[in-house]
Ligand binder design. Structure first.
Ligand code: ADP
Ligand code: MG
Length: 420
């Protein structure tokens, strides 16, 4: 827990140190306003004194202009919203590491989701073990588990759980190799073992073994266990769609934001999940570097793209996307590459994030508009534009200045997260 908190604190500090585009704009406008206030102040003095006014009157006008304008609401208009927005999001499960990306969320047109661990729980319970050679069920599991003990993948964890349930001994293995987006490889009992999905056969130009008829390809992820190059068995695993996935896609559809499923898993499952959730489309059997290319492809078509993922294999795509969103329960690599982390691993938080991005932006614009509007009205009055009908005293100018700053600060505190 302490470790987690430390991480959060660091992330928030980093985010606050790095200023977003809107903050930079506000800083520029604020500097510019100081300059304008001083210039108008001097010009006011020159005007009143130059047109035969009294020295005291001309000086008073100049002071009033400067007091009315500085220090100004503009200086706090944006930073306050940023500070409140960062705190609010962090306490509500949205860790914003990159504020520029966060400000992009309101412009998103496409959200890409990884399947396993993102839209699904990544629970991966073993559903079926099929032997295709002279090995028993238990042996197939033992060979697979021996290699998978070195993998972090959900599939690996599922197989090891089964090994435990059946109270089988865990064999040793060495020469572990992760075949990206394909599977894993290692030596067990001096035999070469590969545990992999259909991509293994595709990348090696081999024919994919016939799927046993009892396997439901719409829901079961098929893994082949190869012993010494021969397909010796099949282990299928079943994953569950996360509770909030359906609602997430429905809300995105309502917002006219396209959603695509991108997965290393097979076509059948990808199609089943994407159709069930009502997504705009899907891409299956995607290798890690292809995920990044796909994101770039959408960007080239002019889409503003968010990528949501949890795995090591998602990291390049997370970096490529305009907004990289990592699921909190995922790998550290994904979290460290992403712009935003969903601490609760709830896909609905993607919608919350977009909504909150819009609200934060609206608050910034309201505050900017208010602060600029105030100055446009107050400075000329202070300069004595309505003299002799109306004249602003330096004291009233000071009160107005404080009031305008307070209004901006108060408006910032009205920022709220959307209800779930
Ligand atoms: P996703 O994009 O859905 O998160 P991955 O790219 O992590 O999926 O995995 C894609 C496919 O690669 C899996 O469906 C599986 O067939 C295979 N695979 C990846 N890692 C492993 C592993 N540790 N053991 C077995 N198969 C694996
Ligand atoms: Mg994944």
């Amino acid at each position: 827990m302490a470790f987690y908190l430390n991480k959060v604190i660091n992330l928030v500090q980093e985010a606050q140190a790095a200023k977003s585009n809107t903050q930079n704009l506000a800083d520029k406008v604020a500097k510019w306003l100081t300059f304008v206030a001083i210039t108008i102040g001097i010009a006011t003095f020159a005007y009143w004194y130059g047109t035969g006014g009294e020295m005291a009157f001309a000086l008073e006008r100049m002071v009033t202009v400067m007091v009315t304008a500085c220090p100004h609401a503009l200086g706090v208009a944006i930073p306050l919203v940023v500070a409140i927005s960062t705190t609010l999001s962090a306490t509500n499960g949205l860790l914003i590491r990159n504020r520029t990306a966060f400000e992009m969320t309101r412009k998103l047109t496409t959200v890409i989701f990884d399947k396993t661990g993102t839209l699904t729980e990544g629970s991966h319970e073993v559903k079926r073990v099929v032997t295709l050679a002279a090995y028993t069920d238990d042996e197939i599991i033992q060979y697979a588990a021996a290699v998978e003990q070195h993998s972090e993948h959900h599939i690996a964890k599922g197989m090891l759980r089964l090994l435990k349930e059946r109270e089988l001994p865990l064999w040793e293995s060495d020469n572990f190799q992760y075949l990206q987006g394909v599977g894993v490889r290692g030596s067990v009992n001096s035999k070469d073992i590969i545990v992999a999905g259909p991509n293994h056969f595709k990348t090696n130009n081999l024919e994919i073994p016939v799927t046993p008829p009892e396997v439901d390809q719409d829901t079961e992820t098929i893994n082949y266990v190869l012993i010494g190059g021969q397909t010796a068995g099949i282990i299928t695993l079943e994953d569950r769609i996360r509770e909030g996935s359906q609602e997430t896609i429905r809300r995105l559809n309502e917002m006219a934001i396209k959603s695509f499923l991108l997965t290393g898993d097979n076509e059948k499952i990808a199609a089943a999940v994407s159709t069930k959730l009502g997504m705009s489309g899907f891409l299956a059997n995607v290798l890690p570097h292809n995920k990044q290319e796909k994101v770039r492809g959408y960007q080239a078509k002019g889409e503003v793209v968010a990528m949501t993922g949890d795995g090591v294999n998602d990291a390049p795509a997370l970096a490529q996307a305009d907004v990289g969103i990592a699921v909190g329960s995922g790998t550290d690599v994904a979290a460290e590459t992403a712009d935003i982390i969903l601490v609760d691993s709830d896909p609905r938080d993607v919608v919350k994030l977009i909504d909150f991005g819009k609200r934060t932006y609206r608050k910034m614009i309201q505050n900017l508009a208010w602060a600029i509007g105030y100055n446009i009205v107050a400075i000329p009055l202070a300069a004595g534009i309505l003299y002799p009908h109306f004249i602003l005293s330096p004291a009233i100018g000071a009160i107005l200045m404080s009031a305008s700053t307070m209004i901006v600060a108060f408006n910032a505190t009205l920022l709220k997260l959307p209800e779930k």
